[in-house]
Design a protein around this ligand. Structure first.
Ligand code: GLU
Length: 440
């Protein structure tokens, strides 16, 4: 084997000026390349055959559509949208629809792959998909959003359906968006089709418990991790980066468990109070002012400061790449629970592992959402309505089982949680692919 020369330690003579601090090498933040790095690592542990690796690391289908939309001022704007289906070996494709001005195709591919591993981690019989539209939904009227959503749904119609690919809410989309998508689908096919999307309003087949499902799943996973790390959740301090629907429901569920929310943030900045912030008050304040910044009884802070704050549990609940080479060394939380998809880069992951920080990975920590999406789809397909207690009990059972399966895999391979979950998930999809065989 070729030997690699060890870098020589820089020497500094007495009397010479201090060395210029080394600038951290720029990290590759392309979400799809990051997803592939995470996949390759799991494939290596599983010693997967090269052909199988190529099947699993490539999206099955990618559709780009243009969405001509009449804006309120009478002008037509042509937006771009995507739907990516990463893998359907274990069941119909499943995943969110995101509206965001900076959205890219590589991000869609990464999120679609993430959904494949997420549904496999919690063992629900779905594959993985993701879609989105490049648009600044915050600056659009309800009418504009409805027209964009309906035209987008109609453009991706050949790919979606209860047995093909089932969309759900994601960043800046919600139950209303899903109602419009379902209606567009149902009007086109000519019959009711409740199982064509999940995360719908309950009046049109949405499941009880779906709105808080991600948060309940996340807190259940944190609770299990706390038991292993011997941290009491009651009184534990929690900092949440991102106070949209995800961050706000996570805050409420942590508060139910008597954990103490010490910091919150949104795109405009953050607030902190070491004695605790009442999430309900923060939600009400944000409804009125559009941000948590300035809420009474809390001091102003920034997103950057929040991430490196001393706390027991840090919850990134917004977008990708917020914990990177730039700030990983400064993170002081004991547990990072990923409510967002892809908030931690592979380099940051390594640093956090070295520091003994437990990173509960997105594909398990936020899988409560898709788990209850699966329950919603099951109820729709069978014409059933389960009450919230039943949904929550099933969610708890599914997520806690997945957590322990992840821990078992971590122990077997001596790896941190993300690698454990990935090995578990990739192993399941690989097995399904092999047993089905290659068509034709
Ligand atoms: N967008 C959510 C996620 O990333 C939900 C997906 C779903 O329920 O299909 O998990």
């Amino acid at each position: 084997m070729a030997t690699v020369a060890k870098p020589t330690a820089p020497t500094r003579q007495i009397g010479t000026p201090p060395m210029v601090p080394r600038i951290a090498p720029r990290e590759d933040l392309n979400p799809f390349r990051i997803a592939q790095i995470q996949f390759d690592m799991a494939a290596e542990f599983l010693k997967l055959d090269l052909g199988l690796r190529q099947i699993l690391r490539t999206p099955k289908r990618v559709l780009e559509v243009s969405i001509p939309t009449k804006m309120d001022n009478g002008q037509v704007k042509v937006l771009t949208g995507y739907r990516v289906q990463h893998n359907v070996a274990r069941g119909p494709a499943k995943g969110g629809v995101r509206f965001h001005p900076n959205l890219t195709l590589d991000e869609m591919k990464a999120l679609a792959a993430g959904m494949t591993w997420k549904t496999a981690t919690v063992n629900v019989p779905f594959g993985g998909a993701q879609g989105g539209v490049i648009c600044d939904s915050k600056r659009m009227s309800k009418g504009e959003l409805e027209r964009i959503t309906r035209r987008y749904a109609s453009e991706i119609l050949p790919l979606i359906g209860p047995y093909l690919d089932i969309p759900a809410p994601d960043v800046y989309t919600d139950a209303q968006t899903m109602a419009w998508m379902m209606d567009t689908y149902a009007m086109t096919v000519g019959h009711a089709a409740h199982g064509s999307v999940t995360g719908k309003p309950s009046s049109v087949g949405g499941s009880n418990g779906r709105e808080e499902a991600m948060a309940r799943g996340l807190v259940a996973v944190v609770e299990e991790a706390c038991k292993l790390k011997k941290i009491a959740l009651r009184g534990a301090t929690v900092a949440i980066q991102g106070f949209g629907h995800s961050g706000a429901t996570v805050a409420q569920v942590f508060a139910e468990k008597k954990a103490k929310i010490i910091a919150l943030s949104d795109t405009r900045g953050g607030v902190t109070n070491s004695r605790g912030i009442d999430p309900i008050k923060a939600i009400r304040y944000k409804e009125r002012s559009g941000t948590v910044v300035g809420m009474p009884g809390a001091t102003r802070t920034t997103n950057d400061e929040l991430l490196t704050m001393k706390c027991d549990i840090l919850v990134p609940a917004a977008l990708e790449n917020v914990i990177t080479l730039n700030n990983a060394e400064a993170i002081k939380a004991r547990i990072v629970a990923e409510a967002a998809n892809g908030p931690t880069t592979p380099h940051a992951d390594e640093i956090l592992a070295r520091k003994g920080i437990t990173v509960l990975p997105d594909i398990l920590a936020n899988a409560g959402g898709v788990t209850v999406s699966y329950f919603e789809w099951v109820q729709n397909q069978q014409g059933l309505i389960w009450d919230a207690e039943e949904v929550n009990a099933r969610l708890q059972k599914t997520i806690v089982r997945a957590f322990h399966e992840m821990v078992e895999t971590m122990r077997k391979h001596h790896v941190p949680p993300r690698a454990g979950a990935m090995i578990l998930a990739v192993g399941r999809v690989a097995e399904a692919t092999l047993v089905r065989g290659l068509f034709p």
